[in-house]
Design a protein around this ligand. Sequence first.
Ligand code: IYR
Length: 226
Amino acid sequence: MTAPAGEDDGFEPLSTYREYPPEEMAARASAFADEMHRRRTTRHFSERPVAREVIEHCIRAAGTAPSGAHQQPWHFVVLSDAAIKRRVRQAAEAAEREFYATAPAEWLDALKPLGTDADKPYLEAAPYLIAIFAKRYGINADGSRCTHYYVSESVGIATGLLIAALHHAGLATLTHTPNPMGFLREALGRPENEKAVMLVVAGYPADGARVPRLRRKDPEDIGTFL
Ligand code: IYR
């Protein structure tokens, strides 16, 4: 596992790994699961400001996600300016009005327990909207295209880490997927090779914030050991 002396094979020792005693490992796994269980998506956000530094750290955490061929095919655009948030809200609500007027009955029925509708006040109230873009392909220095691999998987993992990081920091989150959301790319000045995949709303929950009474599947129902 070592390169011939004097040659750089592009590898380095795995120096960041930490081993814990087995009991500590189990305790850490359990505590993390408990912490993640406390995460709830809410649609009720406070306007209370949050330090930009917190969001910067959370994006740093998201950027640790593994990605196809380590191409890191993601970009996060953080919106906090009131005028930009208002524009995004207006465009998202226009798209959602169309969605709620035309979506299949089965889809609308599935959404009923969440109590959603075309009004998205949280897109203006919350201090941060984080627009997540997937780089469908890369651009080489000479302007030619470079294929990206497993883009949705990679961006999905990064988004999961972002949500976990925001929750861990003590922020409430909401994943919002305007339908359609093509408007985001142009509105936020992102290049043609990027595709908007999600808006993550982040901030303090509003006083009296509510969430639907949902039940999570039990571990036995979502995992099988063979
Ligand atoms: N984009 C719509 C509808 C919506 C769809 C799903 I699937 C959800 O889990 C929640 C909402 C909206 O944001 O209202």
